[in-house]
Write a protein that binds this ligand. Structure first.
Ligand code: ATP
Ligand code: MG
Length: 551
């Protein structure tokens, strides 16, 4: 299907480049900073970068952009690798910008030697003061015209740890009057004595993002360096550095980041939710992280289909989270195993079923998949159905159970309600029914057609399960754009825990499978689950009922 779609702007560029013979293979990279877990926005970038090299031949590197030692951790590196793999992509090389620290240092020396970089003794406030504004040119630093020798000596001593953190920087010597603020002698190295997750205490200076990113691209011969729109104003600096360092000419292209409503997609914000315990962790099933979605039961296929469908644009917009859920449901409907679970039970006694007996009923594993086969379900004379599936005084056209009315129990028999038992508060505690032995599903000779089909479980066989029902994490569409703190807009009802009764086959549930609890939604086994206490996450409801609820 994707072949029939028109090309996106990056595919157009690549096809032209290939036609012009510019490259023999396409090389891209996915460059996360290991300062948090990946979110669904990153999935878009992953699908894009890996998708392009898959389509056009070539490969994609996984490069950790680890030049800011104070926020980066090995835990994040591991989680990022797990997530990219889970999404179904293989990287060619696992690389780290920190592996290039020696080369980057040499690049900086080269710029100094060309008279294109200088050591500035001003601190960051003084530098900011002279920077000017977008409409007003900046002023040159008094240290701008140091000799090459002096700069080489000072830069070496910065590296050797002779100076205080923040007391000096290395700046590219470009143009303090440039209309582009990024070209006004940007800082390319700073002194920062912080332990790095890979290089330890080897370095007292670290390159700035702009001096590491494009240079790393170039070292790896990246042909198309794809990033999000906020880097458009960085592109002249990206090109200037590559040109003046005379290194491989990687090219930067920008696309619109993914924004999703009812959530936040920013590691800086997500980390607050984790640290302040608004969620149980990065993989809380309410989080828009890849690990959260995985735990919730989303499939890699559905996330990839979603990313494919939203495409790549050059203008920012907000995607409805309902679209993501649509792709989840579409996939789960095809693969989920059907099971019966009663959430809010009321007891049904089948008075003409032999007391103390039970039998095995065959139920479909998945009606959408002819090869899925059947499962065994225990049936007996004591059953639970949903309380909401019974009404003592029903309106017209009520097809569920009510006095005198017949319904089919899914995969089993037709029953008729004969009588109800109530407690002293008037609440129904038991529904007395009779069943039609000749109405068994698959061998029904009763000749009776009923309109309602109910899910049920056998009381003596039922197993207790904990269900975690999730709702949107935020109660407003764009929490980052509201007054005050985005966390003021968390949905207080984003998690509801329910104890329910399940058919005993669920004791064999595994994280390899997805389940549909009939009429209730899609569910996935949680990692908190034990043999004694089964725990399932609701991945999605069967239909999108958010709009209906009128929240
Ligand atoms: P965050 O603001 O969440 O920290 P980031 O851009 O700083 O995101 P990086 O680790 O630097 O995170 O991102 C790795 C890659 O993923 C970058 O190329 C970045 O442009 C891309 N990316 C990040 N967020 C999104 C998003 N919402 N949509 C598309 N791509 C994204
Ligand atoms: Mg970043």
């Amino acid at each position: 299907m994707s072949d029939e779609k028109s090309l996106n702007f990056l595919e157009e560029i690549i096809e032209e480049d290939l036609k012009a013979g510019k490259y023999t293979q396409i090389i891209t990279r996915f460059p996360p900073e290991p300062n948090g877990y990946l979110h669904i926005g990153h999935a878009k970038s992953i699908c894009l970068n890996f998708g392009l090299t898959k389509k056009y031949g070539g490969y994609t590197n996984l490069r950790f952009d680890d030049t800011n030692p104070s926020t980066e951790e090995t835990e994040y590196v591991e989680s990022i690798k797990e997530d990219v793999e889970w999404l179904g992509f293989d990287w060619k090389n696992e690389l780290y910008a920190s592996d290039y620290f020696d080369t980057l240092y040499e690049f900086a020396v080269k710029l100094i030697k060309k008279g294109l970089a200088y050591v500035d003794d001003m601190n960051s406030e003084q530098i900011a003061e002279l920077k000017g504004t977008p409409t007003e040119p900046g002023k040159e630093s008094p240290f701008r015209n140091r000799t090459v020798e002096e700069n080489l000596d000072l830069f070496r001593r910065m590296k050797e740890g002779e100076f205080e953190d923040g007391s000096r920087t290395l700046r590219a010597k470009i143009d303090m009057a440039s209309p582009n603020m990024h070209m006004r002698d940007p800082i390319i190295y700073r002194i920062k004595r912080t332990h790095h997750h890979r290089t330890g205490d080897d370095w007292a200076i670290y390159p700035m993002y702009d001096f590491a990113h494009g240079q790393s691209d170039s070292i790896e011969n990246i042909t198309h360096s794809i990033c999000t729109l906020e880097f458009v104003p960085h592109r002249p600096l990206y090109d200037w550095l590559i040109e003046n360092l005379e290194i491989y000419p990687s090219k930067q292209y920008e696309f619109a980041r993914l924004n999703l409503n009812y959530t936040v997609l920013s590691k800086r914000k997500l980390i607050q939710l984790v640290n302040e315990k608004h969620v149980t962790g990065w993989d809380d099933p309410r989080m828009p992280t890849i690990s959260g979605f995985r735990r919730r039961g989303y499939t890699p296929e559905s996330i990839r289909n979603f990313c494919d469908r939203i495409g790549v644009a050059k203008r920012e917009n907000i995607i409805d989270i309902g679209l993501l859920e649509f792709f989840i449901r579409e996939h789960l409907n095809k693969i989920a195993l059907r099971r019966m679970v009663v959430f809010d039970p009321v007891k049904v006694s089948v008075t003409n079923y032999p007391a103390g007996q039970s039998e095995i009923i065959k139920g479909e594993e998945n009606p959408e998949d002819p090869n899925a086969g059947t499962r065994d379900i225990e049936f007996s004379g004591e059953l639970y159905i949903e309380r909401e599936d019974f009404m003592e005084n029903p309106p017209k056209k009520y097809f569920r159970l009510s006095p005198g009315q017949m319904v089919r129990l899914k995969s089993a028999y037709i029953i008729r309600c004969d009588d109800v038992v109530k407690d002293n508060k008037g609440e129904v505690t038991e529904i007395k029914c009779t069943y039609l032995p000749e109405s068994k599903s698959g061998a029904d000779t009763s000749g009776i057609n009923v309109r309602g089909t109910l899910h049920w479980v056998s009381v003596p066989h039922a197993v207790n399960v904990e269900l975690r029902l999730y709702d949107r994490l935020f109660k407003v569409e764009d929490p980052s754009n509201e007054d005050g703190d985005f966390k003021d807009y968390l949905n207080p009802h984003s998690l509801d825990v329910v104890n329910a009764y399940a058919e005993p086959g669920l004791l064999d549930a595994s994280a390899e499978e997805r389940y549909q609890f009939l009429r209730k939604g899609y569910f996935y086994l949680d990692k908190d689950s034990t043999k004694e206490k089964l725990v399932f996450n609701r991945t999605a409801t069967l239909r999108d009922d958010w709009a209906k609820k009128g929240k």
